[in-house]
Design a protein around this ligand. Structure first.
Ligand code: FES
Length: 206
């Protein structure tokens, strides 16, 4: 799917909500399916400590899989969503606290441009900060569409076992849970179809 002219690097997206500094380490995370080796490469240790951008190669990422990176001490999830997952998202709006992501602190504006329910530059690829917005635990990814003990109408998403907050596959928080806002989306852009730079906004992005 086209990425709507947001491919080129530029400068820094310094979002209020993304503030920590730490080493940057690439890592492969496990989704509900087996995860292949995914190549990633990162800047020098000195640059890492300064919170330099992180580059992710998503060319081997398959539907339902998650690549886990680290940027500024935060886990960054890159998840390939299936068509079924994408089609299920609008139907969840009535159960969510902020389905259109109107709270601007939760994400850069450009990820809402194509479809606010997807919260992504490319529909199928979701990029999120993997920390619960309640107290910062790391939610579990439960990506299958199937009834779960905590939600018989589950359409896939993230479940935080700490205090049972739930988020959909766009990181949108459900009503009636402790987490106050949606999962955060970090600044990022596509260098090419399979390369994402975490920490840098697309050229010309507001
Ligand atoms: S930290 Fe996730 S629900 Fe409390």
């Amino acid at each position: 799917m086209a990425n709507d002219g947001v491919n080129d690097p530029v400068n820094t997206g310094r979002r209020r909500f993304l503030s920590a500094t730490t080493a940057v380490v690439g890592a492969v995370g496990v989704g509900f399916a087996a995860v292949p080796f995914i190549k990633s490469w990162n800047p020098s240790a000195r640059a890492k400590l300064a919170g330099a951008p992180v580059t992710a190669d998503i060319s081997a990422l398959q539907e339902g899989q998650r690549l886990v990176m680290e940027w500024r001490g935060q886990p960054i999830w890159i998840v390939k969503r299936s068509k079924a997952i994408l089609e299920s998202l609008p139907g969840l709006d009535g159960r969510l606290r902020d389905p259109q992501s109107e709270n601007k602190d939760q994400q850069p504006a450009y990820v809402l441009k194509q479809n606010p329910e997807f919260r992504s530059i490319k529909a199928e690829v979701s990029v999120l900060v993997g920390l619960c917005t309640h107290l910062g635990c790391s939610p579990e990814m439960i990506a299958e569409i199937r009834p779960e003990p905590f939600d018989p109408e589950w359409k896939g998403g993230y479940f935080c076992p700490c205090h049972k907050s739930r988020f959909d596959m766009s990181g949108r928080v459900f009503q009636g849970v402790p987490a106050p806002i949606n999962l955060l989306v970090p600044p990022h852009h596509y260098q090419d179809d399979s390369t994402i730079i975490i920490g840098v906004d697309p050229q010309g992005a507001a």
